[in-house]
Design a protein around this ligand. Sequence first.
Ligand code: FES
Length: 112
Amino acid sequence: MSDQLACLTADVPVAGTLRVELDGVDGLVEIAIVRDEDGGWHALSDICSHGQVSLSDGDVDGCTVECWLHGSRFDLVTGRPLALPATTAVPVYPVTLDGDRVLVDVDTPLNS
Ligand code: FES
């Protein structure tokens, strides 16, 4: 497990998103840091499983993020799409808070 600094807590408001790039074993990994509407922290692949668009450009609704292009909503905990057209989950990663630092481990997805 290798936690990396993704951002600071002040960088992402409740129901907000932030796109970051972190070092993975095969190169840079595009990550969406997302806070749900209850303030919980999540990290998932920033690339929608239906198309090559950024999920961090979507809207947070409850504990989901909605892809802006075709409207699939992804569960922030499981990464699973809850609505078509996407049918494949996106990877989700462990998030750890260390004071005001948001750490993400991209080496050990929670749903693979
Ligand atoms: S590109 Fe995201 S739902 Fe189609």
